[in-house]
Design a protein around this ligand. Structure first.
Ligand code: IMP
Length: 190
């Protein structure tokens, strides 16, 4: 079975290929394709955004699609930044600005600053939807550390670890991440 993973992010593609690739599943991606539809991620939930991506890419390419949406939720900010994780600091958001804004908002509250990464992974083949969630709990640290990963990784310490996600080797992150959990569950549903 050929599956189009709706991403242009090489890091995510590598991670998801490692999980899904098998003798019966071949994972394709958007990398190198032309005329890629732009999907506005305006859903209220990670799953709504992942579904929207899956449907739009299926309608366009007519092959079974898997799509995901992910982000960071914090307890003290009542789930924020959540679905706006990528653009938390505004229109010209960068990982650095998003992290700065998060730390500034969280500084109003005492530690521990509990947080979790969440990922929704959705499969759509024109008839059937399959959907799976993954999450990883941890807390936000004000001491940004590490150069691996992306996004909020340098300020997120997963429960059970003393290092930030950005200090963990990529293989370790990939084995515990919200994305790996969501796609491992999705694989078992396929
Ligand atoms: P998307 O699923 O690629 O749209 O990710 C949305 C945003 O959530 C990213 O831009 C990051 O800010 C954040 N995010 C999602 N997954 C991770 C992760 O594994 N580490 C750090 N940040 C993440």
């Amino acid at each position: 079975m050929k599956l189009l993973f709706a991403t242009q992010n090489r890091g995510k593609l590598r991670e998801v290929k490692e999980i899904l690739n098998s003798s019966s599943i071949e994972v394709l991606s958007l990398i190198g394709l032309e005329d890629i539809p732009e999907v506005i991620e305006d859903g209220d939930t990670f799953e709504a955004n992942a579904r929207k991506k899956a449907v739009q890419f299926y309608e366009h390419f007519r092959v079974p699609v898997i799509a995901d949406d992910s982000g960071l939720e914090t307890e003290q900010l009542l789930g924020m930044p959540g679905v706006i994780s990528a653009r938390y600091s505004g229109e010209n958001a960068t990982d650095e600005k998003n992290n700065e804004k998060l730390l500034s908002e969280l500084s109003k509250y005492p530690a521990p600053h509990k947080a979790r990464f969440v990922c929704s992974a959705v499969y759509y083949d024109g008839k059937k939807f399959l959907s799976a969630y993954g999450h990883i709990n941890g807390q936000i640290t004000f001491e940004s550390k590490g150069t691996n990963g992306f996004g909020y990784d340098p300020i997120f310490i997963p429960d059970g670890y003393n290092n930030t996600m950005a200090e963990l080797p990529p293989e370790k992150k990939n084995s515990i991440s919200h994305r790996s959990q969501a796609f491992t569950k999705l694989k078992s549903l396929l």
